[in-house]
Design a protein around this ligand. Structure first.
Ligand SMILES: [Zn+2]
Length: 490
């Protein structure tokens, strides 16, 4: 198998490079969720992206071991080392134990991954099971002279790390002056980060461990270094995550890991980052008050594969604008695709380039050309929009036979994962009508519409827009007529 050389955009150096595995089984680590709340729509993009990467490696005949961590030891906020533990806060708010909270949201997240046809990782390590190793890791860093202790815990001294911030193209001096860094007593540099967060005097945390630096909890960055090394070996090939991690979390992972390994080699060879999903031009994030979930889309009548199709319609390094209009378009495209591909079933198994080539050779039409085009697209830094275009071109091509189309659809879907081989139109079309709704749901919708009418009369456009967004999220389409507003489900 050769085909087109697989090329990936490496954030380390910011350029597209040939991907060459360093071992028979490529180690792939993806930063996973913090399980104190539901994962919103935007949070699912990193996993669909990592899944695409895995499928691409498989297509090229490269074996992969994929590890995705589960952060069940809370951390304050993504860019903070101090403060309240979010898991404990969630537990207090919901009156459940931290273990129950973590398990509940972990299962909810896994179910969403399944619905999105994301292949399960080989291991989902839980941070709480690795605290002893994290302590050993920090002890080693202390022995090597990379740390110092302050009242709030043990800190990594970034001034001792010669390459600190290379991944983020960080100007350390600049970050020190302008960075939004909270004050930590005794911290030498704003970039220094906690390896161990000491328990505050008089506060007894639920999730607490004893350590050479007293009772407390590990710093967030530590878990990914420790779990990836213990499950994939000290060095491995690919680390993925959202682009937000490129600026801080991954910078700190690299600093502490390379200090720990102390062997003069880069810890991980390829760093891949996916861009945001934007909602109304804002990053979808809990802090912005939006918590739109996959389950909300399903509730509104969209199939999870329509969301996957929406994601794959953009390159993973492009920001995507999420709108209900875009979801409508994705749902319609999915419906057309399934309608067109269903008569071709069963699709053959063509999950590698070799298999697809062999099958295409037997068809006597242009299938072989399309298979090479599929290979070129995925090899070119996972160009999924191009793959989708190839699928449409092949379906429209009068020179393609049924057998040829079967091969091309199977090959493309091995990479896209849209379930072209088995998804039924009835599944896709489970859109509801008002008669499917419970009376209280109808009442709630009509109450919102009445409120909107009042807001419009009062010329309170901001409120009217807000209500329209709420209705949008419920899949309700309002039409204003002379006789007043009417509505239907999309
Ligand atoms: Zn991580």
């Amino acid at each position: 198998m050769t085909g087109h050389q697989l090329r990936l955009y490496n954030s380390l150096g910011r350029q597209t490079e040939d991907f060459t595995p360093s071992a028979d089984v490529v180690g792939l680590y993806s930063c996973g969720p913090t399980v104190y709340a539901y994962q919103h729509l935007g949070n699912m993009r990193p996993y669909v992206f990592a899944d695409t990467l895995r499928r691409a490696l498989g297509w090229k005949g490269i074996a992969v071991r994929h590890v995705v961590n589960i952060t069940d030891v809370g951390h304050a906020v993504a860019d903070s080392d101090t403060g309240e533990d979010k898991l404990e806060l969630a537990a207090a708010k919901e009156l459940r134990s931290v273990e129950e909270i973590a398990e509940f949201y972990t299962q909810d997240w896994l179910a969403a991954l399944d619905a999105l046809n994301v292949q399960r990782a080989d291991v989902y390590p839980r941070a709480s099971a690795y605290v002893e190793q994290m302590i050993e890791f920090a002890v080693r860093l202390e022995e090597l002279g990379y740390t110092y202790q302050v009242p709030s815990g043990l800190y990594f001294d970034t001034s001792k790390s010669p390459g600190y911030g290379t991944l983020a193209l960080l100007d350390l001096a600049g970050q020190r002056e302008t960075g939004r860094v909270e004050h930590v007593e005794g911290r030498k540099l704003g970039s220094d980060f906690a390896l161990w967060r000491a328990e505050e005097p008089g506060v007894r945390r639920i999730m607490r461990w004893n350590s050479p630096w007293g009772w407390g909890a590990p710093g967030w960055h530590l878990e990914c270094s420790v779990m990836s090394m213990s499950l994939l070996g000290e060095h491995f090939d690919i680390h993925t995550g959202g682009v937000d991690h490129r600026e801080l979390h991954h910078v700190n992972e690299i600093a502490q890991s390379e200090a720990f390994l102390d062997d003069g080699r880069p810890w991980v060879r390829y760093w891949l980052h996916n861009e945001w999903v934007l909602l109304d031009a804002q990053k979808i994030a809990k802090s912005a008050g939006h918590t739109l979930r996959l389950a909300d889309l399903v509730e509104a009548g969209y199939h999870p594969m329509a969301y996957r199709l929406f994601l794959l319609g953009g390159h993973y390094r492009s920001q995507l604008d999420f709108t209900m209009t875009a979801m409508d378009a994705a749902q319609a495209t999915l419906r057309r695709l399934i309608t067109r591909v269903a008569p071709l079933r069963p699709l053959p198994n063509a999950s590698t380039l070799d298999e697809a080539r062999e099958l295409a050779d037997g068809t006597g039409d242009k299938a072989a050309l399309y298979v090479e085009a599929v290979d070129a697209a995925i090899a070119s830094d996972l160009a999924t929009p191009k793959l989708l275009a190839i699928v449409q071109d092949a379906l429209r091509d009068p020179e393609m036979s049924v057998d040829g189309l079967r091969v091309v659809m199977a090959a493309a879907d091995a990479l896209l994962g849209l379930r072209l081989g088995d998804l039924s139109l009835a599944d896709v079309d489970q859109r509801r009508t008002p008669s499917d709704l419970a009376p209280q749901e109808v009442a709630a919708i009509e109450r919102l519409i009445a409120e909107r009418t009042v807001a419009r009369k009062e010329r309170n456009w901001a409120r009217a827009d807000e209500i329209r967004d709420e209705l949008d999220a419920l899949g309700v389409q309002v039409t204003d007529t002379a006789a007043g507003p009417t509505w239907q489900l999309r």
